[in-house]
Design a protein around this ligand. Structure first.
Ligand SMILES: [Fe+2]
Ligand SMILES: [Fe+2]
Length: 248
């Protein structure tokens, strides 16, 4: 569980993120993509672009698993939980826009798209880490990676002359970059709070009750590698790392 100060900082950061998203980044799957260009386009969608769009649509369709992991980890954290709700809304549009591309170009029909969704959702994604701090770092890397991928796809679609895909990738990529920036801010807050956290007190000492170092922890607050065992335990096989509680 994060500290109250960290949760308050997360909330303030989320409010900044959300205000900016509402003001500058909202987009509509139905009206902000020039789908009518497809009707006037004589050429079929390039099968290479179709295959990539389908692949990324599939990746985005694991949203229920992504969200579940997010919300389970952030349940008691107001700012992070609300970010997850907003993030899920934005991510939902990514798979929907790509799905609409596949359908409206005629590259896939409704039956194929239904089968594809069922195939994707028959499997599940599991979070690689079980704590919020590591998942935040993981999220920052993932969002940055997806931004880079969508930017490359956008340029490729432009070169191949697709009438709508560059704009779809531009809108999605802009969201991914905003997500990456938010996660990076969260990583920064975690780091800052770790740096400024008060030294542990004896009440928080979690050394095993039989540990001969237990009494040194609250006063020396030394790291385990410099924690010398008391003379009374000389020759004891008790590991020096038992005083790891001092590192917290
Ligand atoms: Fe996405
Ligand atoms: Fe994202």
């Amino acid at each position: 569980m994060t500290s109250r100060a960290l949760r308050e900082a997360f909330h303030r950061e989320f409010m900044t993120f959300f205000e900016r998203a509402e003001r500058t980044r909202r987009w509509n799957v139905f009206t902000d993509i020039a789908w009518n260009r497809l009707a006037g386009s004589a050429q079929m969608a390039d099968p290479r672009l179709v295959r990539c769009a389908e692949t990324f649509c599939g990746v985005e369709m694991y949203l229920p698993d992504y969200l579940r992991a997010h919300l389970d980890l952030m349940r008691g954290d107001y700012g992070r939980a609300w970010f997850a709700a907003n993030w899920g809304y934005e991510e939902a549009k990514h798979s929907l826009a790509l799905r609409e591309y596949l359908r409206r170009t005629g590259a896939r029909d409704d039956g194929e798209l239904h089968d594809y969704a069922e195939t994707v959702l028959a499997r599940s994604w599991r979070a690689p880490y079980g704590d919020g701090r590591r998942m935040t770092i993981y999220g920052a890397i993932q969002e940055l990676t997806t931004f880079v991928i969508y930017r490359k796809q956008r340029r490729w679609a432009e070169r191949l002359g697709d009438p709508v895909l560059p704009e779809i990738y531009r809108l999605i990529g802009r969201d991914e970059m905003a997500h990456a920036r938010f996660y990076l801010r969260m990583v920064g807050l975690h780091w800052l709070m770790t740096r400024t956290a008060p030294a542990p007190t004896s009440r928080s000492c979690s050394a095993p009750s039989g540990c001969p170092q237990r009494t040194c922890c609250p006063t020396t607050r030394t790291e385990s590698r410099s924690c010398a065992p008391p003379a009374s335990t000389a020759g004891s096989s008790w590991p020096r790392s038992c005083c790891r509680c001092c590192e917290r």
